[in-house]
Write a protein that binds this ligand. Structure first.
Ligand code: HEM
Length: 606
């Protein structure tokens, strides 16, 4: 049976034949196998949610929390009066000027793991588009090209006025309409190439065939090479465009996205290694298990640890803990959480993905490399490390960056963006590039409605006039809105997020917290195989769940980080009194006996 990727409706053989003729499979249509509730795990993503068999596959649409706000002509959102919204670069510089202010509380690791979520649930093809394929957006005629939305740099730009840069490259998102899957009468809907659930698809791939290609085929392992005693994926991958001549390594893993941002690259390596570590331990206690069984269970445990760390270790630093508990996103006890909802589609909201770009304000541009005693050895620019995996194994770079990830603060939320992120985020790949101006533009490109509309959705007070903003936003931000926008309904959601004060003990404000909590609920409730659910064939037993709950990012760093012998318990926060660096020997191991298969002992005994 064939289904339309965007609508999820079943389609006829004739339509399939027409799509096949135009090479539009699997972009527009997916073939769905019969799934059963007895399916023990999620190798085939389309079996994640049997209720929506066509969704949850590689080519998944995003879902929207609010209907899109687009003009009829397919252009970008306009003001209430029908005029273009303010210039994105001018808006960015007014709201978030370039600046370097270290965060007092959070470490780089916080940003590394937020990137890891993005890598797992989103794709970078839209950026690849203007770097690699549609490179003419800043050339004459570019502005009129429907594939383009270049950002004009005002002549009085505070940073670029002395340069001759007057345009920053940017393309519009690739949509199902552009691919020819759905008619233009439906508002543009962006394509994603990632699996939507938190399933470590960066380690295991987005399709079963990719996963199969990464397996070593013995001991349940992923194919690995040993470097300085640690596992690495094969180093003959492609696309590490910023590698220098002597730097040849590029991960050849299931998804080449792992080579992109260095911060995500490190998180990928730790979970890649953890798979083989788990497979080996399982093999020792269950010698009768074959390669397939070892692989499947190691993968389940690895994903469970990833989900546990994101929900209970990372997110309470990002979103106020009390808010998360109050909204049943996380729980203060440690039982199974049985809230799988068959009627929820396993999808990521477009709002979550676009708003996750707000975290760019937290990104520190200078990565300090430390030794194990906390001495800074040297510094690298994060933007020069993108697609630059070859540098990691040389000159103790990975060791130094790993130490830096938990010792160095990330950037402060104090309304500034690191100059490298704001002026040359794509390193050598573009002459000038400003990630936050792109973030503002992409929210327009994806038709996100106004800040007010999202406040309403989140049951927060809405602004009836500009005076209202002074009640919830810092005075200078409310003033900036009044100067920049004509009407309160024109104020964009990205601008609102940039202006909001953090809520409670988290880093994000109330609107952002609401969008993240909504997505976290969907990630759990729409995922049949979620580690806390007890009603699927490969569910964790209470004893196994107890072991998973012991895991923290500190323990993962100790086990799989390069040269880590000590780390603070909350590694998402910088070391300080009450969160001192302690030896790795103080972190308990998971007791793998919880996975002992008595049938192996019986077989041996016979
Ligand atoms: C704080 C950690 C970070 C988070 C949470 C984050 C998150 C995101 C998200 C969610 C997107 C949009 C993905 C999509 O639409 O599918 C994005 C885009 C992007 N990010 Fe980040 N990112 C982070 C750090 C970085 C760093 C360190 C760099 C560069 C060194 C970077 C460069 C970019 C670029 C160039 C884009 C695409 C811009 C565009 O073409 O529109 N990000 N990021």
């Amino acid at each position: 049976e064939w289904y339309d990727t965007f609508t999820g409706n079943q389609i006829t053989e004739a339509r399939v034949a027409a799509l096949r003729l135009n090479n539009l499979i699997p972009l527009c249509a997916v073939e769905v196998k019969n799934c059963s509730l007895d399916e023990p795990r999620r190798f085939d993503y389309s079996c994640n949610n049997v209720h929506y068999p066509s969704r949850g596959t590689v080519m998944t649409p995003f879902h929207r929390l609010l209907p899109p706000d687009f003009p009829m002509d397919g252009g970008l959102r306009t003001t209430k009066a029908g005029r273009p919204l303010p210039n994105a670069r001018a808006l960015r510089v007014a709201l978030v000027p370039d600046g370097r202010i270290p965060n007092k509380q959070y470490s780089q690791l916080l940003t590394n793991f937020l990137v890891a979520i993005t890598g797992d649930t989103s794709t970078v093809h839209d950026t690849g588009n203007y770097i690699g394929w549609t490179v003419t957006c800043c050339m004459p005629g570019g502005e009129q090209d429907p594939r383009c939305m270049p950002i004009r740099v005002p002549d009085d730009d505070v940073h670029l006025r002395r340069s001759n840069v007057r345009c920053l490259n940017l393309t519009r998102s690739i949509t199902y309409q552009r691919l020819g899957c759905i008619p233009d009468t439906i508002p543009p809907e962006r394509v994603s190439l990632a699996t939507p659930m938190l399933d470590l698809s960066v380690v295991y791939g987005t399709e079963e065939s990719k996963m199969t290609s990464t397996r070593e085929r013995w001991g349940g392992r992923l194919t690995a090479e040993k470097l300085k005693g640690k596992d690495w994926p094969p180093g003959n991958g492609i696309g590490c465009l910023q590698n220098n001549l002597n730097e040849t390594r590029c991960h050849n893993s299931a998804e080449l996205i792992v080579n992109s941002l260095v911060t995500g690259n490190m998180a990928f390596l730790w979970f890649f290694r953890q798979h083989n570590y788990l497979a080996e331990k399982l093999g020792k206690i269950n010698p009768c298990w074959d390669d397939d069984k070892l692989f499947a269970v190691a993968r389940d445990i690895n994903i469970a640890i990833f989900q546990q760390i994101l929900y209970y270790d990372l997110m309470p630093n990002v979103v106020d803990y009390n808010f998360l508990v109050k909204n049943n996103v996380i729980f203060s006890d440690h039982e199974h959480v049985d809230d799988y909802d068959l009627s929820l589609e396993p999808l990521v909201s477009l709002e979550y993905t676009v708003m996750a770009r707000w975290f760019h304000t937290l990104q520190e541009g200078r990565l300090n490399l430390y030794d194990n005693h906390g001495k800074i050895l040297r510094t690298l620019a994060v933007v020069d490390m993108t697609l630059h995996t070859g540098a990691l194994p040389l000159n103790n770079t990975l060791e130094g960056l790993t130490q830096g990830s938990f010792r160095q603060p990330c950037a402060s939320t104090d309304k500034a963006i690191d100059p490298d992120m704001g002026e040359r985020v794509l390193g050598r790949l573009q002459f000038a590039s400003d990630v936050m101006s792109s973030d503002i533009m992409k929210a327009r490109d994806n038709g996100l409605p106004s800040y007010n509309k999202y406040r309403e959705l989140c049951n927060l007070p809405v602004a009836h006039d500009f005076e209202d903003f002074y009640k919830w936003l810092p005075k200078d931000q409310a003033e900036a809105f009044q100067m920049i926008y004509e009407d309160v309904e024109d104020v964009e959601v990205m601008a609102g997020l940039l202006a909001e004060r953090p809520m409670g003990a988290g880093v994000v404000g109330p609107t952002h917290a609401c969008i993240i909590a909504d997505q976290m609920l969907r990630w759990r409730r729409a995922d049949r195989f979620w580690y806390e659910h007890s009603a699927h064939p490969a569910a964790l037993t209470p004893e196994q769940l107890k072991e998973i709950r012991k895991m923290t990012i500190a323990k993962v760093l100790c086990d799989h980080g390069d040269s880590v012998d000590a780390v603070q318990p909350n590694a998402f926060q910088v070391p300080r009194p009450g969160n001192e660096i302690i030896p790795c020997s103080e972190y308990p191991d998971m007791d793998m006996a919880a996975w002992r298969d008595v049938s192996c002992t019986n077989k041996r005994g016979k």
